[in-house]
Ligand binder design. Structure first.
Ligand code: ASP
Length: 349
């Protein structure tokens, strides 16, 4: 009898162990592992030039955006959905140079650029020079999903996106006194205000704000191992002749490939185009056995070598991530499945 009881106990123990393995496995399989990063532009961003209220506003908006993205990923959403939704949220904020907060071009209009890329199949879409799409990133997504093309520009791009459901807003929606003043100052000095380098410049907070790259971007790794990237911008204050920057250019400001990483850049677009910065980071990972950190460092060296300033956020398919820049600061934030949102602005944070 004793022996029988003993055997029964062993049996029960084995069943229990098998069950817990199954339970753990099930748990592992359904566990949501994700990483999401945001940037809101890089620049001089000196502490003594920022008011505590403004700083709080920036940090709060970035944190909200991170939470918005996390919510999608936590509930099993795809990386492509998360990046689009986060960038839309930032476009709706007047704080950043994208969507509602876009800067004025030389002709006194707001011409916006955006792109989005899905690392699953390298599908991507971009719009440039659109003036009345509430969310240019929505336009980029429409180009990706509904057109047979990758990159559309100007009024016809806008008409197409609206015909496919993108939201239209009149110019008054995008207008802000702050951006207008920045534009007037830049016009007077005949300067193309990209930003940064407020070294030596004096001025109020509005002017300081015009001295940074306020483009927004988001990269994400979802629980299924998919990567995606999205970038949106108003470009540069006082930009001329229909200028288009790196943000809508796949491989320059935006890139995502499930076999390597997802990247979104900010900085003076001309250098990012010349250096194919976003694609370089991904290509280094693809062709060489190096870490994302190493790939990011090598690319930043290249950017500096050609005189470029700015930075990028990137996440690889293992969830490793970088937020690198060669300016004094970059609005940035990260959230992962095992760590709450972190927001940073300055270099020394
Ligand atoms: N990269 C953007 C452009 O050149 C500017 C920015 O990052 O703020 O259009």
């Amino acid at each position: 009898m004793k022996q029988l009881n003993y055997n029964l106990s062993i049996c029960l123990l084995v069943i229990f162990m098998i069950q817990s393995c199954v339970i753990n496995k099930t748990k592992d399989n359904t566990e949501m592992n994700y990483t999401l990063l945001i940037h809101g532009g890089a620049g001089t961003l000196k502490r003594n030039r920022m008011t505590p209220e403004k700083e709080l506003e920036y940090r709060g908006t970035i944190e909200e955006a991170l939470k918005k993205g996390e919510n999608i990923l936590k509930n099993g959403g795809l990386a492509i959905e998360a990046v689009e939704s986060v960038v839309k949220y930032l476009e709706d904020s007047p704080l950043f140079n994208a969507g509602k907060g876009s800067v004025f071009s030389h002709d006194g209009i707001q011409e916006m650029d955006a792109s989005i890329m899905d690392g699953r199949d390298l599908s991507c879409g971009a719009v440039a020079g659109v003036t009345n799409l509430k969310n240019p990133i929505e336009g980029a997504r429409i180009v990706k999903d509904s057109s047979k093309h990758v990159f559309l520009y100007g009024d016809r791009a806008q008409e197409y996106c609206i015909s496919k459901g993108a939201k239209y807003e009149p110019s008054s929606y995008f207008f802000s006194e702050k951006r207008w003043k920045q534009y007037q100052r830049a016009l007077k000095k005949d300067k193309i205000e990209l930003d940064h380098d407020s070294n030596g410049d004096r001025g109020d907070i509005d002017f300081i704000e015009s001295k940074k790259f306020g483009t927004v971007g988001c990269v994400a790794l979802d629980s299924y191992g998919n990567l995606a990237s999205a970038t949106s911008t108003g470009g540069l204050t006082n930009k001329k002749y229909g200028r288009i920057g790196d943000s809508p250019i796949i491989g320059a400001g935006t890139y995502a490939d499930n076999s390597s990483c997802a990247v979104s850049c900010t900085g003076r677009g001309e250098y990012f185009i010349r250096g194919t910065i976003a694609r370089d980071i991904s290509a280094i990972l693809e062709y060489k056995q190096v870490t994302l950190k190493k790939a990011g460092e090598l690319t930043l060296q290249k950017l500096a070598k050609i005189g470029g300033k700015g930075g990028y956020i990137a996440v690889d398919n293992m969830g490793n991530f970088i937020m690198m820049f060669n300016t004094r600061g970059m609005y940035r934030g990260v959230v992962t499945s095992n760590r709450p949102p972190v927001v940073k602005i300055y270099k020394d944070e």
